[in-house]
Design a protein around this ligand. Structure first.
Ligand code: FAD
Ligand code: EPU
Length: 345
């Protein structure tokens, strides 16, 4: 357990200048429990972070931020599948590379997603036609009050589009400590999303899909090393068919994605782009020029700049299309996570 300096700027990909009273990096469940209990004993708020790629600190955090770096990858196999047991503090993209280097396919569409493996189930990360739930066998969770861990099988995690049980029932006082992945040895490429359809089902290899996904992502998404951001700031809204039809009637080019539920997913980036907001700037925060769903920190943006910008984006889309966008990024106040929609209303 190590106690570092207190700036959160480099611990988050938005790179907004904020502080925590205390930042503790832990590498085991035991040290996680100790750090958690010490914060409670001090009557301080406490927050667990991975790589801070899906959070916006609105102000300085007056308590302890625990950074999860529980490591370890164990691979087992049977005739049909690979099984990976992975520590929550491993880096997600490194895991994707590790799996491919060991001849294990199935994670390539999820290349270059930022953050830790233990954060992947929380919002059920997804990209290029695959969501985490497709490869998840189980999630190991630590109850920080009882100090006991338990295993949730994938079907118990209530995975949905950018949501899971870890956002509700197992949110406060619980930590993800490991995940179990299940990858079939018989590989079927998933190539239906966007430009991936240009690849040949017959001849493509997992490494080629990986390379192409990385290439496509680099074209659109800013690298947080150079430009602070949290990926998509808002979720893609899911609306009832009647709402989608009304929008389609007025804007025939609107991309619509049919959902199994019968509802329709809209592309928030397209809606924001259609409001003419690409490049729009408030203070030092701006709408990204290549991908309107990404809000960026040009340099030294404050959380106020980001909030004001997000409000303009949200209000503009609502005015033009009658649809209210909901943030994907988690808003953190000085003591805890707060309701991001309320913060923007
Ligand atoms: P953090 O931001 O550190 O934490 C996120 C939330 O989880 C917080 O509420 C935190 O308190 C909680 N938390 C973190 N670790 C634990 C734990 N061990 N136990 C309990 N709670 C915990 N997401 C996608 O789904 N698809 C994409 O394609 C995608 N692309 C991105 C591209 C870029 C450039 C960036 C910056 C982000 C992108 N994201 C994407 C969002 C982000 O990568 C994911 O949400 C990721 O899973 C967050 O991981 P993290 O470790 O950084 O989580
Ligand atoms: N579009 C525009 N203008 C823009 C942005 C997008 O017209 O500025 C259009 C695109 O042309 C396309 C549609 O909107 O027709 C969808 O765009 P894209 O394929 O880039 O995907 P997205 O819906 O903007 C989602 C995820 C990303 C994920 C990509 C690829 C959400 C909120 N975002 O973005 O995830 O990487 O698909 O699968 O679901 C994240 O969650 O942080 C994230 C980056």
């Amino acid at each position: 357990m190590s106690n570092n300096h207190t700036s959160l700027t480099e611990k988050t990909t938005f790179k907004i200048n904020t502080q925590a009273k205390n930042i503790i990096t832990i590498t085991s469940s035991d040290s996680l429990i100790k750090a958690w209990q010490y914060a409670l004993y001090q009557e301080e708020p406490v927050l667990i972070l991975g790589e801070g790629s899906n959070v916006l600190f609105l102000e300085d955090f007056i308590g302890t931020v625990i950074i999860n770096r529980i490591k370890g990858i164990t691979v087992t196999e049977d005739n049909y599948s690979w099984k990976l047991h992975v520590g929550a503090g491993e880096n997600w993209h490194d895991l994707v590379k590790y799996s491919l280097a060991h001849g294990i396919a199935g994670l390539e569409n999820l290349a270059l997603i930022f953050g830790c493996v233990g954060s992947a189930p929380i919002q059920n990360i997804g990209a290029y036609g695959i969501e985490f739930q497709k490869v998840c066998e189980y999630v190991d969770v630590l109850n920080l009050y009882t100090k006991k861990s338990f295993r949730l099988m994938a079907h118990e995690c209530q995975f949905g589009y950018r949501t899971s049980i870890f956002m509700y029932r197992y949110k406060n006082g619980y930590a993800v400590i490991a995940v179990g992945l299940h990858l079939n040895k018989q590989w079927h490429p998933v190539l239906h999303y966007g430009d991936l359809a240009k690849l040949s089902h017959k001849y493509v290899t997992p490494k080629q899909v990986f390379n192409y996904v990385c290439h496509l992502r680099r074209l659109k998404l800013p690298n947080p090393k150079n430009t602070g951001n949290v990926g998509s700031f808002f979720k893609n809204p899911i609306v009832i068919p009647a709402v989608a039809e009304q929008i389609k009637f007025r804007y025939p080019k609107v991309p619509l994605y049919q959902q199994v539920s019968g509802n329709i997913k809209l592309a928030a980036g397209w809606l924001i782009d259609s409001c003419g907001l690409k490049g729009f700037q408030i203070g030092r925060a701006a709408v990204h020029n290549e991908q309107a769903l990404v809000l960026i920190n040009l340099d030294n943006a404050t959380s106020h700049d980001v909030i004001k910008l997000a409000r303009v984006v949200r209000n503009s889309v609502a005015q033009k299309f009658g649809v209210w966008l909901e943030p994907e990024v988690r808003f953190i106040s000085s003591i805890s996570e707060i309701d991001a929609i309320e913060a923007l209303s």
